[in-house]
Design a protein around this ligand. Structure first.
Ligand code: NDP
Ligand code: 2IT
Length: 444
C-alpha cells in the first residue's frame, strides 16, 4: 500500500466521527500523491504525514456565562493548535451552533496550507464555540466573550497563537475578547487580529478576505485572457467575506446579482446595493427580508438557491458544503467560467471534481480566501513595530500577495504535470514549505 493510502486509512479509522475533517484531509492527501510518491521512503521514515494530520494539541473547555434573565448558560470552547512549523499558530474563532471538534479540526488543517501560501510566517490553528451570537444582547455577547477568553488566554499570545474572526466573530467580539485578555494578562500585545483601528487593528483587514478573493479571481481571468469587467457574478453569504467581495467586484466593473444568509437569498437584477446590505447585516444584524423590504425590485426567496442564477463567476462565501453536485451541474449548464471559494471548503468533493472535469476554472478557499489571514499577518507586523500603515499600503501588499499566490499555485500544478488544477497546486505549494520546515526542525 502506498504511504498516502496507509495514512489516509489510519486517518479514517481514527476520526470516523469527523466527516468535515475527513473531507479536508482526503482532499489534501489525495492531491499531494505525486509529491509524496516522489519522496516516499524518506517521508515514511520521518512519519511526516502522521505528524501533519495530528494536531499539536486540541483544547476543549467549558464556557459558563449569565444571560439577561440571570440564567447561567454553558457552551463548549475549542482551540486546535495544529502546526507551528513556520510561525505562531494563526486562525480564526468560529461562533456558531454547528461548531464541534471535527469542524474546528478541518478548519485548522486547511489553515496550515493557507497560511503557508501567504508567504508570511504563520502556522495553522482554529478555534471557536457552539455559542450562537444571533439574537443575543451586546451584554450577553460580552459575557460569553469574557468567559471564553478567561480560559483561552492561558494558551495564546502574540508569539504563541494569534486568533481572529470567522463566522459569528467580528469586530464586536474581538473587542470584548481583547479587553479580557489585556485585563487578565496585564500585557498590551497583538494577541488577536481583526482589532478595531483605535486599539491596534489594521486598515483593510475588514475588507481583506473579500477583496483578496476578487484580486485572485481577476488574476486568474487575466491569465486566461479574460477580464472581470462586465461579468455577471453570483455570491452566496452576506457576512464579512461576501460583503467585501461584492464591493470589490462591483468596483472592478462586474455585476453582482445575488447574496444569501442562513434563511434565504436575494436576486437583485439591478446589482446588489452594498450600502443597503451593510446596513441590514452589519448595523441592524437583520435578515435579508429587510433588504427586499427596502428594494422592492429585488426578489427574496426562502432557503438556498443562488447557484441556479446564470452567471460567469460564482463566489461561494457563506460556509462549508454549500455548493453541491447538483449546484455544480446547474452552474455548468448555465455556462459558468470560474468558481473561486471565499468560504472554507464550500464546495463538496464531487462538485469540485464535476466543475474541474467540465473545464471550469476553480480555485479552492485555502488559496482564494487567504487574503484575510495574510492581512492579519500584516496586522501582526504593524503591532510588532508599533506603527500603522495606510490603507493603500496594506491593500497594495494584499494585491501583491494574492497575485503571488495565484502564480505559485499555478506553477506548482504545472511542475507536477497538472496544469490548471489549482486545488492540487494550492495543496502542493502550501505543503512544500511546511514539510521543509518540519524536516529541518527534527522530530517534534
Ligand atoms: P460571517 O459570520 O460574517 O458571515 C457568514 C455568512 O454566511 C452569513 O451571511 C451567514 O448567514 C451565512 N451562513 C453562515 N452559516 C451558514 C449556514 N450554515 N447556512 C447558510 N448560511 C450560513 O462570516 P464570514 O463572512 O467571516 O465567513 C464566511 C466564510 O468565509 C466561512 O467559511 C469562513 O470560515 C470563511 N473565511 C472567513 C475569513 C474572514 O476573514 N472572516 C477569512 C477566510 C475565510 P446569517 O447572516 O444568517 O448569519
Ligand atoms: O479562515 C480564515 O482564514 C480566517 N477566518 C481568518 C483567520 C485570521 O487569522 O485572520
Amino acid at each position: 500500500m502506498s504511504y498516502v493510502d496507509e495514512v489516509l486509512k489510519r486517518v479514517k479509522e481514527k476520526n470516523a466521527s469527523e466527516p468535515e475533517f475527513l473531507q479536508a484531509a482526503e482532499e489534501v492527501l489525495e492531491s499531494l500523491r505525486p509529491v509524496i510518491d516522489a519522496n516516499e521512503e524518506k517521508y515514511r521514515k520521518e512519519a511526516l504525514l502522521e505528524r501533519l494530520v495530528e494536531p499539536d494539541r486540541q483544547l476543549k473547555f467549558r464556557v459558563p456565562w449569565v444571560d439577561d434573565k440571570g440564567q447561567v448558560q454553558v457552551n463548549t470552547g475549542y482551540r486546535v493548535q495544529y502546526n507551528n512549523a513556520i510561525g505562531p499558530y494563526k486562525g480564526g474563532l468560529r461562533l456558531h451552533p454547528s461548531v464541534n471538534i471535527g469542524i474546528i479540526k478541518f478548519l485548522g488543517f486547511e489553515q496550515i496550507f493557507k497560511n503557508s501560501l501567504t508567504g508570511l510566517p504563520i502556522g495553522g490553528g482554529k478555534g471557536g464555540s457552539d455559542f450562537d451570537p444571533k439574537g443575543k444582547s451586546d451584554r450577553e455577547v460580552m459575557a460569553f466573550c469574557q468567559s471564553f477568553m478567561t480560559e483561552l488566554c492561558k494558551y495564546i499570545g502574540a508569539d504563541v497563537d494569534v486568533p481572529a474572526g470567522d463566522i459569528g466573530t467580528g469586530a464586536r467580539e474581538i473587542g470584548y475578547m481583547f479587553g479580557q485578555y489585556k485585563r487578565i494578562k496585564g500585557t498590551y500585545e497583538g494577541v488577536l487580529t481583526g482589532k478595531g483601528l483605535s486599539y491596534g487593528g489594521s486598515l483593510a483587514r475588514t475588507e481583506a478576505t473579500g477583496y483578496g478573493l476578487v484580486y485572485i479571481t481577476e488574476e486568474l481571468l487575466k491569465d486566461h485572457g479574460m477580464d472581470i469587467k462586465d461579468k455577471t457574478v453570483v455570491v452566496s453569504g452576506a457576512g464579512n467575506v461576501a460583503i467585501y467581495a461584492i464591493q470589490k467586484a462591483q468596483q472592478l466593473g462586474a455585476k453582482v446579482v445575488t447574496c444569501s444568509d442562513s434563511t434565504g437569498w436575494i436576486y437583485d437584477p439591478d446589482g446588489i446595493d452594498v450600502e443597503l446590505l451593510k446596513e441590514v447585516k452589519e448595523v441592524k444584524r437583520a435578515r435579508l427580508t429587510e433588504y427586499k423590504a427596502a428594494k422592492p425590485n429585488a426578489e427574496y426567496h426562502e432557503g438556498r438557491g443562488v447557484w441556479q442564477i446564470k452567471c460567469d463567476i460564482a463566489l461561494p462565501c457563506a460556509t462549508q458544503n454549500e455548493l453541491l453536485l447538483e449546484d455544480a451541474k446547474e452552474l455548468v449548464k448555465n455556462g459558468v467560467t470560474a468558481v473561486c471559494e471565499g468560504a472554507n471548503m464550500p464546495t463538496t468533493l464531487d462538485a469540485t471534481k464535476y466543475l474541474q472535469d467540465n473545464g471550469v476554472l476553480f480555485i479552492c478557499g485555502k488559496a482564494s480566501n487567504a487574503g484575510g489571514v495574510a492581512t492579519s499577518a500584516l496586522e501582526m507586523s504593524q503591532n510588532s513595530e508599533r506603527l500603522s500603515w495606510t490603507f493603500e499600503e496594506v491593500d497594495g501588499k494584499l494585491q501583491q500577495i494574492m497575485k503571488n499566490i495565484y502564480h505559485n499555485i499555478s506553477d506548482a500544478a504545472k511542475r507536477y504535470g497538472m496544469e490548471g488544477n489549482y486545488v492540487a497546486g494550492a495543496n502542493i505549494a502550501g505543503f512544500e514549505k511546511v514539510a521543509e520546515a518540519m524536516l529541518a526542525q527534527g522530530v517534534c
